[in-house]
Design a protein around this ligand. Sequence first.
Ligand SMILES: Nc1nc2c(ncn2[C@@H]2O[C@H](COP(=O)(O)OP(=O)(O)O)[C@@H](O)[C@H]2O)c(=O)[nH]1
Ligand SMILES: [Mg+2]
Length: 290
Amino acid sequence: MCNTCGCNLTPGNRHLLQPLAQPSKAAAAPEKILGELLAANRRQAEANRARLDAHGILTINLMSSPGSGKTALLEATIRTLPAGLRIAVIEGDLETENDAERIRALGVTAHQITTGTACHLDAHLVALGLDQLDLDAIDILFIENVGNLVCPASFDLGHHRNVTLLSVTEGDDKPAKYPVMFRAADLMLITKSDLLPHLPEFSPTRAETHLRRLARDAEVITVSAKGGDGIPLWHEWLARERRHYHDLRRQQRSLHPRIQPDGARLHTSATPDIRFVPVAAGMAPGRPGR
Ligand SMILES: Nc1nc2c(ncn2[C@@H]2O[C@H](COP(=O)(O)OP(=O)(O)O)[C@@H](O)[C@H]2O)c(=O)[nH]1
Ligand SMILES: [Mg+2]
C-alpha cells in the first residue's frame, strides 16, 4: 500500500533521498530505498528520545482514526491539568493549523506539523517540532499523530508511550480489524463514552477482548472528553507513567514504545501480504469457515 501511495516521504525526511538519487543508487529497488528511510527514521527517533530524556520529558504518542477524539481528549486534559504540571503538544495533520489553535486557545504551547500527503508523523518531522519548543518548560509532551489506524504504529518518533483511542462510534471490532495499530498500544482509551446509551451495539467488554488478543498487558480506560467520565483515571495513568519514567531516568534508562514491524513490512514490501477470504454461499462475509 504505502510503497505506492508514497506516504513514506514527508517534508521531514525528503532530504534523505538525495544521496539515494546518485546514479549508483538510483536503480535500487524501491523496497531498499524505503528500508533505508525506515532505518534513518529509527536513528532520528533515538536522537529525539535522547534529547527528550536529557530534559526528562515523558512523551506520549496519541494514535487513532480521524475524529475519534484525540484533540478533544487533549482539551479535556488541559482543563483538568493538575496544578504545576507543564505540558506541550505537537499536532500532526495533513493540512490546517486547526488543532494547534484549539490547544493554544487553552493557553498551552502547540506546534502544528502539516504532512501534506503523508498519513503519519515520522521522527524527522518531530525533530523539527522539538526545535520550536522550550524543552526546559515541559513535563509531558503529547504528540497527536495523523488520524490513521495503520501507518503511525510503525514509526518510532522518539516517544515513550503509545496511547490508542477507539471511539464508541467506530465499532468494538476495530482492534480485531486493525491489529497493527492496537498491538502497539500501551493504553487503549475507549472515547466518547457519553454516547454509549445511544449505541447499545458497542460493547466495551468486546472491544477489550479483541485488544487482549493483541496486547495482553495494555491498560484500558473508558473516557468522555465531553462529560468528563474517566478523565481522572487518565490523569492517574499519566502520573503513574511519569513516576515510572523518572525512576528509569534515575538509572540512566528510558522507556520505549512498541513499534509494529508488520507496518514497516507493509511500507517496504513490493508484494504486500494481501489475503483474500473466500466467501462461501450462504456464509456471512468474513466469518470463519467450519
Ligand atoms: N459526544 C462526544 N463527542 C466527542 C467526544 N470527543 C470528541 N468528540 C467529537 O468528535 C469530533 C472529533 O473530535 P476531535 O477531537 O477533533 O477528533 P480527532 O480527529 O481524533 O482529533 C468532534 O466533533 C468532537 O466534538 C466525546 O467525548 N463525546
Ligand atoms: Mg485532532
